[in-house]
Design a protein around this ligand. Structure first.
Ligand code: ZN
Ligand code: ZN
Length: 423
């Protein structure tokens, strides 16, 4: 199949806008509040903080709310300003972030969702559901109004990625066994649709693009797999561009880019406007498929031809089993997702042109060990939260950078207040 080469994406190095420091412990989740120059963070230090940008250009905490346990995850819906915070003790606390100057009520609408830490929480406005997974290996969904548990599904391992497709009510659940489970959720029950197996390590992050109907999964095996569900051909494309555990995945629909980050601080911005090919299955052979020298377990041929057995390798482009001598060269194959140099056989090496080697992704260094990432599509802002307890906000789109900075900011005083739900 001839790969289509599109013009290079308009990506420049993301510009660091702000650094938010002063959390006492690791910030497990932080999100940008669009239009308000605000950031919400939840941390192991048991706090929920809302940071606002002051005239000095620095972010200062406007709300500093201490919970009874460490805050492990959260879900924020900007339209309704609903905030659901998952905690170490298995409870989920729900708030409104109310933009008005009233006194903060310290009485929270919460429910016990799990026995043990809540690992992912997801508020689904359309269903009025709070979906969550926990250390107890349960996926549960609760009514966000009453806190009543509606359904439960037992997962085979700890879950660290959860996405939901509102239109078809499919939940995508990525777990520590490396598989992604697809469930169809009903009001009070669910059915197993299928499972995706492709990673050799834990699934650490999931991202669903409802427009293209594509699911991205990131793993501790350093790879990302793009599962093309909308294409209906079972295509799964591997993306190899990280040197460490993938920690976060976000899709930027306006620019058709996938943003991924890893725990070594690497941020990769992938142009998804190119047609990539699947990697081939590795072929099995008892001898090199190029020079026909036997591999070391092939005693018969070694004896017959009086040749020493060789180690088997595989060409990443054609999948053939080859010896080291016939695959001495390395190349990137961006249109197969290999942004790093990989082993290729001599004939494939010759067939790869300079044009084929043009990168389809850009690589950036966040300069901290990333634990969480959030992308705000309206502003193009990218937030990373690090193991160094620092939150960094970057601008990924140079064009809108100018537009947002010259736009008059909201002049009314923005005084967020956390209002407990169910009051
Ligand atoms: Zn060979
Ligand atoms: Zn080859």
């Amino acid at each position: 199949m001839a790969a289509e080469i599109q013009p290079k994406p308009q990506t420049r190095t993301p510009v660091l806008l702000n650094k938010i420091e002063a959390s006492q412990d690791v910030v497990n989740t932080a999100v940008i509040i669009p239009k308000e120059d605000g950031v919400i963070s939840v941390s192991d230090d048991r706090t929920i903080r809302i940071w606002l940008k002051r005239d000095s250009g620095q972010y200062w905490p406007s709300i500093y709310h201490t919970m009874s346990a460490s805050c492990s995850c959260m879900s924020f819906n900007p339209e309704t300003r609903r905030l659901s915070v998952g905690m170490e003790n298995g409870t989920i606390s729900n708030f409104f972030v109310y933009y008005h100057d009233i006194v903060f009520h310290n009485c929270v609408f919460f429910f016990l969702a799990h026995q043990g830490k809540v690992t992912v929480v997801l508020f689904v406005l359309e269903m009025e559901w709070v979906l969550s997974t926990g250390q107890d290996k349960n996926l549960t969904w609760h009514c966000s109004e009453s806190g009543t548990q509606l359904g439960l599904y037992r997962t085979i391992a700890w879950v660290s990625g959860l996405q939901f497709d509102v239109e078809t009510r499919h939940a995508f659940v990525g777990d520590h066994s490396g598989q992604v489970t697809i469930l169809k959720l009903e009001q009070d029950s669910c059915s197993l649709v299928t499972t995706f197996k492709g990673h050799t390590g834990n699934v650490t992050a999931l991202c669903w693009d409802p427009a293209q109907r594509v699911l991205f999964s990131g793993s501790s095996d350093h790879s990302i797999i793009m599962w093309d569900i909308g294409g209906r051909k079972g295509t799964a494309i591997e993306l190899q561009g990280h040197n460490d555990k993938v920690q976060g995945l976000c899709y930027a629909p306006h620019t058709r880019q996938l943003i991924s980050c890893s725990s070594d601080g690497g941020i990769v911005i992938w142009n998804m406007d190119v047609t990539r090919q699947e990697t081939p299955e590795w072929l099995d052979s008892d001898s090199c498929q190029k020079c026909e020298q036997p591999f070391f377990w092939n005693f018969k041929q070694m004896w017959d031809s009086k040749k020493i057995g060789l180690r088997q390798h595989h060409c990443r482009k054609c999948g053939q089993a080859v010896c080291g001598k016939c695959s001495a060269k390395r190349s990137t194959i961006p249109l197969m997702g290999f942004e790093f140099e990989v082993r290729v056989c001599d004939s494939c090496h010759e067939s790869i042109t300079e044009e084929d080697r043009a990168p389809t992704a850009t690589f950036h260094d966040s300069k901290h060990s990333i634990v969480y990432m959030h992308y705000e599509p309206t502003t193009g802002w990218l937030l990373t939260s690090g193991a160094d307890k620092v939150v960094k906000v970057r601008q990924t789109r140079p064009d809108t950078f100018r537009a947002t900075s010259t736009e008059p900011r909201n002049t009314r005083p923005f005084l967020p207040v956390l209002v407990p739900l169910g009051d």
